[in-house]
Design a protein around this ligand. Structure first.
Ligand code: CP
Length: 305
């Protein structure tokens, strides 16, 4: 694996391999690179989970992290993303974990720099490591994906998590359905599953995956929190209608009392904090695969040997 940009780029075998490697790490397996590896985490959008869990994963694997904060870097003097990555590469950084508000920002880097790129979220586009950690959480619960009904509910249009999960879950044989405000359901999502009422989604799903309302990406006015919760949120009443054995997921950050009732965030069905735990092991597994490719000397230009 040369980069990790979208779930679409990953074969089913690669996805299953990453999930298996993550399980091995959970069970205490150790792995370290043969040589020193320098890595930088470039977060042009805010993050708690993804940034911190990448850092924990990197430290567990013994990587050398080059501290990089957008606000104190030369980005503030107008340096472009491309020149920033080229600069880091010139001084020896081999891997860049990048979150950026521009959809497919990585298109300007791939083939033009030698750095391995791990996409930590691009605008409304993709969030591959979030999808992988969600897949691991579902696999731990149900063993496989075939025939599972997964309802993705909420701000579908603006959610890179929804896009990555709908694509990967579909390919793995799950039956994906969508709910939430219908204006946020578009053709892009329709290729992966049907839009259903919130009532049907809650009653039929094995997994309810809730999404945050991303006000920062909306052009119109704000949704009233109380109205949204009543119309599309996982209320206490709706949770009672869920199937036996079904689970609740949310990529977080959670707006308690909006997409999910406050007391359900940590209820017996909730796997929200489990998802975060799994994030560290999935990110270790992704980093391992990319570094193993350096070590085999298979990267373009053999720059890292
Ligand atoms: N789920 C997720 O990407 O969270 P952060 O924005 O905190 O990284």
């Amino acid at each position: 694996m040369e980069h990790c940009l979208t779930t679409t780029d990953l074969t089913i075998d690669e996805i299953q391999g990453i999930l298996a490697d993550a399980e091995h790490f959970i069970n205490g397996k150790m792995w370290k690179p043969k040589n020193k590896v320098f890595i930088a985490n470039l977060f042009f959008e805010n993050s708690t989970r993804t940034k911190c869990s990448f850092e924990v994963a990197e430290r567990r694997l013994g990587l050398d992290i080059i501290p990089f904060e957008v606000s104190t870097s030369s980005v503030s003097k107008g340096e472009t993303l491309y020149d920033t990555v080229k600069t880091l590469e010139a001084i020896g950084v081999q891997l860049a974990v990048i979150r950026h508000n521009e959809n497919c920002y990585f298109d300007q880097l791939i083939g033009k720099t030698n750095s391995a790129i791990i996409n930590a979220g691009d605008g409304c586009g993709h969030h591959p490591t979030q999808s992988l950690l969600d897949l691991l959480t579902i696999k731990q619960e149900f063993g496989s994906f075939k025939g599972l009904k997964v309802a993705i509910v909420g701000d579908l249009r603006h959610s890179r998590v929804a896009r990555s999960n709908a694509e990967s879950l579909n390919r793995l044989g799950a039956n994906v359905i969508f709910s939430g405000p219908e204006i946020w359901f578009d053709q892009d999502m329709a290729q992966h599953g049907q839009y259903v009422s919130i009532h049907k989604a809650v009653k039929e799903a094995d997994v309810i995956m809730l999404l945050r309302v991303q006000h920062e990406r909306h052009e119109g006015g704000r949704w009233d929190a109380e109205k949204y919760h009543k119309a599309f949120g996982l209320t206490l009443e709706r949770e009672k209608m869920m199937k036996k054995g079904s689970i609740i997921m949310h990529p977080a950050p959670v707006n308690r009392g909006v997409e999910i009732a406050d007391s359900l965030v940590e209820c017996g069905r909730s796997r929200i904090f489990k998802q975060m735990q799994n994030g560290v092991f999935i990110r270790m597994a992704v980093l391992k695969r990319i570094i193993e490719q350096f070590e085999r000397g298979e990267r373009n230009g053999n720059h890292h040997q």
